[in-house]
Design a protein around this ligand. Structure first.
Ligand code: CAA
Ligand code: NAD
Length: 283
């Protein structure tokens, strides 16, 4: 089987980035979300990213238009009937994801591979919502997708070797580096990253230092490109909380308990950069 047409579900920060890199590699791409406004917002972000490359002389206006023409918006999941691969990048919530996968299983062609960009949720459980668990796999991109090289490829318990190899090959085709990981909560990336971010939030919560000081220590002291609180805002505080909850539920270990301050911010709707306010304010 050859992957030609891709549907990306969720036109948020991850979905838009995934659609962009797929289109840049010449894949026909449907960018699907709950309504047209969300799709257009995602397409707008892609256009802005590409326009920046044009301004820097890294691509021509014509090349940009060709890439954009590969991406079509979609608000009807039935459009999955014509695709070879679906990459789901909706919210980090098991109920939402299993509902999408259950529906996709009925709509997508038998040969189609169903991948999830989940940050932490068990691929095996998502796969169990379908009648094709051997064709379900994790494709965990990093944010910002157009820049970050890594894709963690997560094998569910039933994932076929052939499916793994196809996805590994496609990951290379879109210019990324695949790393194989088994299916445990948070995989490798977020099992290590998110407790660090959560600890940074505890450090703020306990008044050890200001948010600026915490970020400065990790940037200048550890050479991290962003401090952990800036990174949390960048990822989305709702996503950070979902990931910590998955680690806490999955391992049953109190070392993964989400910081109450993180919960409070999410309850207040302070979701970070995407909502205009998190640990910092954004205009
Ligand atoms: N979208 C697309 N491109 C972007 C971008 C964005 N949001 N932000 C920056 N870029 C591009 C710029 O256009 C620039 O491109 P060129 O090299 O082609 O000119 C390049 O990235 C560098 O940008 P800048 O010089 O403006 O900024 P920078 O050097 O400070 O880098 C950064 C920005 C790459 C985001 C850097 O701050 C960084 O690496 N931050 C950490 C990111 C990180 O840790 N990501 C992982 C998050 S965890 C995750 O994704 C997993 C999960 O499940 C939660
Ligand atoms: P986001 O909030 O920016 O975007 C999510 C999008 O999904 C929204 O546009 C929303 O309207 C859409 N959506 C919600 N329910 C839907 C449904 N039923 N059908 C179609 N669309 C639906 O979130 P994001 O940061 O792009 O994260 C998306 C996924 O990617 C999550 O699973 C997250 O854990 C994962 N992820 C996030 C990051 C990150 O740094 N933010 C990194 C890697 C993976």
């Amino acid at each position: 089987m050859e992957i030609k047409k891709v549907m990306v579900i969720g036109a948020g920060q991850m979905g838009a980035g995934i659609a962009q890199v797929c289109a840049q590699a010449g894949y026909d791409c449907l960018l699907h979300d709950l309504n047209e406004d969300y799709c257009l917002r995602g397409l707008g972000v892609i256009r802005k990213n590409l326009a920046r490359q044009v301004d820097k002389g890294k691509m021509t206006q014509d090349q940009m238009e060709v890439i954009l023409a590969y991406i079509q918006p979609s608000t009807d999941l039935h459009n999955a009937s014509g695709v070879d691969l679906v990459i789901e990048a909706a919210v980090e919530n098991m109920e939402v994801k299993t509902k999408i996968f259950r529906e996709l299983d009925k709509i997508a062609p038998d040969h189609a591979i169903l991948a999830s960009n989940t940050s932490s949720l068990p691929i095996t459980e998502i796969a169990a919502a379908t009648s094709r668990p051997e064709k379900v796999i994790g494709m965990h991109f990093m944010n910002p997708v157009p820049v970050m090289k890594l894709v963690e490829i997560i094998r569910g318990l039933a994932t076929d070797d052939e499916v793994y190899e196809l996805i590994e090959g496609m990951t290379k085709t879109i210019g990324k580096v695949p790393v194989e990981v088994n299916d445990y909560p948070g995989f490798v990336s977020n099992r290590i990253l998110m407790p660090m971010i959560n600890e940074a939030i505890y450090t703020l919560y306990e008044g050890v230092a200001t948010k600026e000081a915490i970020d400065e220590v990790m940037k200048l002291g550890m050479n991290h490109p962003m401090g952990p609180l800036t990174l949390a805002d960048f990822i989305g505080l709702d996503t950070c909380l979902y990931i910590m909850e998955t680690l806490y539920d999955g391992f049953g270990d109190s070392k993964y308990r989400p910081c109450p301050l993180l919960r409070k911010y999410v309850k207040a709707g302070w979701l970070g950069r995407k909502s205009g306010r998190g640990f910092y304010e954004y205009s």
